[in-house]
Design a binder for this molecule. Structure first.
Ligand SMILES: [Mg+2]
Ligand SMILES: [Zn+2]
Length: 181
């Protein structure tokens, strides 16, 4: 298997403002440093994929089509600014459905491993919720917790040894500064 190193990035609260089940184009707002951070990671040889819980679909707040429309808007906007998003994986289920793909479940990362040839041990997860870090740990990925979105509010829930960054650009620089093995 080719050793493709990925950064699996959460979406709401990490790439864009988390306005609560975001799905209207009008509510699309990239967070400061998000595009620049991904560009630096990509320039250093990482590929980018989005991994996101979207329980608003299962709860009936938005449709799969709503999700796809906003996501393709994001992918195109990032592409215009030099960031190529290779794939998007989302969990549409409600928490009570007990699926394997809702974070901190690892089914979406396992799909990325199979479909993209991602080497999980050499890849990173970046996200603003404790479940992002927990998913990374279960799958054997590195992780960085960001203080955007819900990050600052929920920081106390983290295990003590988690790497923390102010935002996605800071996370990128921490990954690259660490040698990004
Ligand atoms: Mg999030
Ligand atoms: Zn799911």
């Amino acid at each position: 298997m080719a050793g493709r190193r990925f950064v699996f990035v959460d979406r709401d609260g990490t790439l864009i403002e988390d306005r609560g089940f975001v799905h209207r184009i009008d509510d699309y707002a990239p967070l400061p440093g998000a595009i620049e951070g991904l560009r630096e990671l990509q320039n250093a040889g990482f590929e980018i994929a989005v991994v996101t819980n979207q329980s608003g679909i299962g709860r009936g707040f938005l449709s799969e089509a709503d999700f796809e429309a906003l996501q393709s808007h994001l992918v195109q906007d990032f592409a215009k600014q030099g960031v190529r998003i290779e794939a998007t994986y989302h969990c549409p289920h409600r928490p009570d459905e007990g699926c394997a793909c809702r974070k901190p479940g690892t089914a979406l990362l396992k799909r990325a491993e199979e479909e993209l040839g991602a080497t999980l041990e050499e890849s990173y997860v970046i996200g603003d919720k404790p479940h992002d870090v927990e998913m990374a740990r279960r799958a054997g990925c590195h992780s960085i917790y960001v203080l955007t979105g819900e990050g600052a509010k929920r920081r106390a829930e983290l295990p003590g040894d988690v790497a923390v960054a102010n935002d996605l650009l800071d996370a990128a620089r921490k990954i690259l500064g660490a040698g990004a093995a």
